[in-house]
Design a protein around this ligand. Sequence first.
Ligand SMILES: Nc1ncnc2c1ncn2[C@@H]1O[C@H](COP(=O)(O)OP(=O)(O)O)[C@@H](O)[C@H]1O
Ligand SMILES: [Mg+2]
Length: 366
Amino acid sequence: MPEMRILLLFNTVSFEEKAQDFTLGECASDATVGAVYDALALTGSEVIPLNLFSPEQLEETVSAHHFDAAFVIAEGFLELPHTLYDGSGAMLIREILNKRGIPSTHSSPEAMSLCRNKDSTYHMLSAFDVNVPSFAVIRDTDPKSLAQKVAELEETVPYPLFVKPVGGGSSICIDRHSVVNDRKELTERIRMVQAVLGSQPVLVETYLPGREYTIGVLGNGEKFVLPVIAFAPDAGVRSAVDKGAFSHVNTPVEFIPDNDPLALSLMSIAEKTFDILGVRDIIRIDVKEDAQGVCHVIDVNGTPSLAPTASIIKMAAVMGIGYQEVVALILYAALTREKMELPPRLAEIVAEPLAKLRAIRTGMVA
Ligand SMILES: Nc1ncnc2c1ncn2[C@@H]1O[C@H](COP(=O)(O)OP(=O)(O)O)[C@@H](O)[C@H]1O
Ligand SMILES: [Mg+2]
């Protein structure tokens, strides 16, 4: 008898479809879905995979079958492509599951929505004194003309600026041309993002030219900040191509030693961000330095990639924690949070990585 029935929710499309339509950038590859499936199956559970197309499909599935929990890496619904990048999908999926009383991994619907709307993330973090870029939001519903909005924005946020979708994810509509130096470039770039993503609001923020870091946090009540990754100093803007959306890319990364004051400061930013946003189970925070080397949070990922070459997996690997253990730890975090009885195989699998995390990571951040 399997120990649990776990619904695995994901979005995947063929490689060709993804290459033709980069708004599908948030879809996981078959290899990633397969790896997560295998890791969950190892916990002794029956895993029911579902490529998510529509809210109706999810409603029908959860009303027709019993599930103990859902492991959700889906970002939205394939038949409603905007839900994959406008910040609504990850929230809606969890609302449907909540209504049915099915506990799910990762953050709550509200926290997911907060992370998937970068302007909301920035407002919240800056209210608690976490550095974020200065920014303005351009909405096509605004009755003011684009020229007028651009002129107003120039008064508050100086060039060079960085243009990105408020929702986004997987660097949709982000490449080196996202950096703009004057009114003409800014206006053209805003128009380009609007043309691709429709009514999606556009964020215009301070361009941060310094080094980029990414930090993972795993757990909820008991949580662990993972080792800090630094991207190459000359990495520049991390586009979808750099992140491996269209072909296999295994970006070389450097780890900042835990005792380096920079690592301590980044881990403290990550932990503070985690608490302020009320997220849970797993997140990854992207940070970039300004010209003076001051760190700013630029992105909080509620569903960080679980591709075998993803940053989160690399962070765990340097601690001797393997892929299957990471997936098991995320499920463990969700089940303990829900005060559910742990399947014995899952408890066995997480025992050693948990001991490592407790020994090495607990209390690292003052
Ligand atoms: N304000 C900024 N200044 C410089 N580069 C930025 C800025 N914001 C984002 N980037 C670059 O663009 C990449 C993608 O942006 P990010 O906000 O993380 O969006 P996504 O949700 O698509 O990952 C980042 O990894 C970084 O390289
Ligand atoms: Mg990012």
